[in-house]
Design a protein around this ligand. Structure first.
Ligand SMILES: Nc1ncnc2c1ncn2[C@@H]1O[C@H](COP(=O)(O)OP(=O)(O)OP(=O)(O)O)[C@@H](O)[C@H]1O
Ligand SMILES: Nc1ccn([C@H]2C[C@H](O)[C@@H](COP(=O)(O)O)O2)c(=O)n1
Length: 225
């Protein structure tokens, strides 16, 4: 059952920082958090485990209905994602899983199948939801909406640092190409393309620290006391 609990939506392209900012803002507000991209990534990973062809839309739609997706915080406060009860968090965060998710996310029946699962996260005292269509399609009545961007170069550099820190070997050029390809696919698809809601506040995070962005977003949500 969904409620009228307040929702803060944060949409934007890959690497703009929406996941990092959303998690911190949700913690500060004491609200729930929805990482909607993780749902698409989870379906992509489950499809990979089942050896499904990304062109076989019927099989992918069945896989979406059959895949159990769960979220939990670990002892360090990091969000872990369970796919069919297996912790698939690390596999989910790879560029391969991101690209598969982006391809799968263009299939209208899959977007429809995930709608109610996303809306079920709207629970008191509130929800911070990040993705591509949170403010336009999933929670169009959300009282607080942000469209978060950063230059493609900065997004590639952030991803480069993130992957390097994890010991993953990548090139900056390769990451920039992947980011631009994913931007184009997410923004050009026919259903629920990446675009700002008309009533979204735009925040360009290029050159801003994470703390600065968190404060800018928190300033949009009036709080008691
Ligand atoms: N304002 C910022 N300044 C510097 N680094 C940032 C900033 N915001 C996020 N980052 C870093 O950039 C990387 C990517 O951020 P994050 O994963 O939150 O982006 P995202 O928009 O959710 O990407 P995706 O859609 O691919 O999941 C992380 O390493 C994060 O720590
Ligand atoms: N609301 C959403 C969330 C995600 N997607 C698609 C498009 C992305 O490229 C891919 C992975 O998302 P990420 O984890 O990078 O936020 O999933 C979407 O279409 N709609």
């Amino acid at each position: 059952m969904t409620t009228n609990a307040p929702v803060l939506t944060i949409d934007g392209p890959s690497g703009s920082g929406k996941g990092t900012i959303s998690r911190r803002v949700a913690q500060r507000l004491g609200w729930h958090y929805l990482d909607s991209g993780a749902l698409y990534r989870a379906v992509g990973v489950a499809a990979g485990w089942a050896d499904l062809d990304l062109d076989d839309h019927g099989a992918l739609v069945r896989c979406t209905f059959d895949t159990r997706i769960g979220f939990r915080d670990d002892a360090a406060g990091e969000l872990r994602v369970l796919v069919n009860d297996v912790d698939a968090t690390d596999e989910l965060r790879t560029e391969t899983a991101g690209a598969a998710a982006s391809a799968i996310a263009a299939i209208p029946e899959i977007r429809a199948a995930l709608k109610d699962r996303q809306r079920a996260f709207r629970q008191p005292p509130g929800l911070v939801a990040d993705g591509r269509d949170m403010g336009t399609v999933i929670f169009p009545d959300a009282p607080f909406k942000v469209f978060m961007t950063a230059s493609a170069d900065e997004r590639a550099q952030r991803r480069y640092k993130q992957l390097n820190d994890k010991g993953v070997s990548v090139t900056l050029d390769g990451l920039l190409r992947e980011i631009l390809a994913r931007d184009a696919r997410d923004a050009q698809r026919a259903v629920a393309p990446l675009r700002p809601a008309d009533d979204a506040v735009h925040i360009d995070t290029t050159g801003l620290s994470i703390e600065d962005v968190v404060e800018q977003v928190l300033a949009l949500v009036p709080r008691e006391g």
